[in-house]
Design a protein around this ligand. Sequence first.
Ligand code: 13P
Length: 246
Amino acid sequence: MRKAVIAGNWKMHMTCAEARAYAGSFVPQMADLPDDRVVVLAPPFTAIAALSEALAGTDIKLSSQNVHWDNGGAYTGSISADMLKEHGVSYAIVGHSEPRKYHSESDEQINRRALSAQAADLIPIVCVGETDSQRSARETERVIRRQVEQSLEDLDPSRMVVAYEPIWAIGTGKTCDAAEANRICGLIRSWVGYQDVVIQYGGSVKADNIDQLMAQSDIDGVLVGGASLDPISFARIAQYRVPVTI
Ligand code: 13P
């Protein structure tokens, strides 16, 4: 049985003070969380230490929003896996479409980041997804298959998460249809070749579409941007309810 991973990616939001206030509201709302899921928060680097302290004694996990492939060295502006682990971080998002776009990250670099995360016992959350024009040109499957093959090369599939984030759905309010998101997640599972790999959907996930997304057979969690910034809406997402099938 795959455990669902519900992750909030705060992107470039939240000071330390805001992160502490968030935790003050969010933690009590996680008190009776079902044990079939893990909740993860990914603050900016500067708020990791403050949030780590605020979450001490809870089951809520911490993620970084990126990680470097080297343990240390002359890489201005970068953070290593060991630096993150010192603060109790257990996941690392890599290959998000924003650094892919704004920092021209390649699948090869993303693969190296994910490998260094696993080597340090962090679980990489590796993002893949097509643009609007790639989808219109019917290139979705080809693009994602290439991203899967190149960015996941040599990773241990039992210690990673793949996030399917169609770029046209990120921050646009245009959620991918649940059945279509499920179809792509199923294809990713077959390309990875490991039945139990955890696959998330991301892109305009909200409190009002989470239950439908989590009812899909191949969607094992979500990566949430905007709706994770409000502790009440993200708590509702983490407390998703799927219909019981007998
Ligand atoms: P939104 O939920 O704001 O669409 O962002 C998705 C995302 O990029 C999560 O990593």
